[in-house]
Ligand binder design. Sequence first.
Ligand code: CA
Length: 419
Amino acid sequence: MTTITSWVETGPDTDFSIYNIPFGIFKKQDGYTGAGSAIGNYVIDLHYLHSQFFFEGLGLPDDIFRRPALNDFIALGKTTTGAVRQRLIKLFTAGNHQLSDHEEHRQGCLVPMPEVEMLMPVQVPNYTDFYSSIEHATNVGTMFRDPDNALLPNWKHLPVGYHGRASSIIPSGRPIQRPCGQTKTPEAAAPVFGPTKRLDFELEMAFITGKENGLGNRITTAAAEDYIFGFVLFNDWSARDIQVWEYVPLGPFLAKSFASSISPWIVTLEALEPFRVAGPPQDPLPLPYLQIDGHQNFDINLEVGIQPEGSTEQVVSRSNFKYMYWNICQQLAHHTVNGCNIQVGDMYASGTISGPTPGSYGSMLELAWKGTKPIAMPDGSTRSFINDGDTVTLRGYAEKEGIRVGFGEVRTKVLPAAE
Ligand code: CA
């Protein structure tokens, strides 16, 4: 691949290189809200560029970048959104002088990142959470059921999932309150009500759909990528003690629905092309509607840090999206094989992404092994789960042959439970 650079100073370790060009919704200090992209440490104001005719010929509505979410933009289709992204890459590549030599345009379209607040990139109609990491499913099955039969009989035949809560998905930077609910220990005669004692993160990624299939229509694994616009980092907050009491027989409910936190930039599928890798071998071979051609996993480095109040951060997990047993095409094909209609802006989380080694597990439940192996923090305290005042940050980036495409972060502080 020919290497390109941007005339915007980005540095080698930026998540937002010229190869990325993600999409998000930003709010300036003066209250202006609109769609943006990112390069280095700058937000690119897309409405400004549109108003100055830099997207001429692409057939965009005049106000497409002034709407409160990216749903309408994404719904224009991949040909159009891809052309906008390619136009941006061209404008910001070193050697192109349309913007770089024009002081007023440069000032007009580049906003320093510290001066903006990032909002939800899309309005999310529906949220589905899968359970597609074999290491995570095996760890949880080992802890709570039977080490010899950790995976339930269906697990290698279909991507297990459930319908989550879309309304409580929030962007990075917004704190959450420790949730309250019913819990019951095995020894107790009756349940009690109160703040969860086992608040946990789940290290996940989520894809966002950009095209509808219509009720009754399946999406094949071969067609699935045409429906997928891009990805965000996804922290699927979980209250383990609430979960274990409530989840039989219908699955997760209030232990999950209080909040899920996402990174605010949607990194497109196109930007992740260079990082495709083969997924783990699937044995037994899935049914024909779940079979795939080619590589549909992605090599994306992931990490989780915990920063206690008043202390420094400790990285507690390093994992990778490539470990997923079931890939995004299989997830979407399975989701629609019964005719379920998907919508623009829907989010589909991967499930906790655990790797094969203890340092790569994607939740405190696994990292501290159900509280039996607490993790040391820089301030001398230990963690089995997440404490009040802790800030949990997920980060992710892909890197290959000098090309780096990253997601930024999803950072969330945990506040005490409401009285
Ligand atoms: Ca989850």
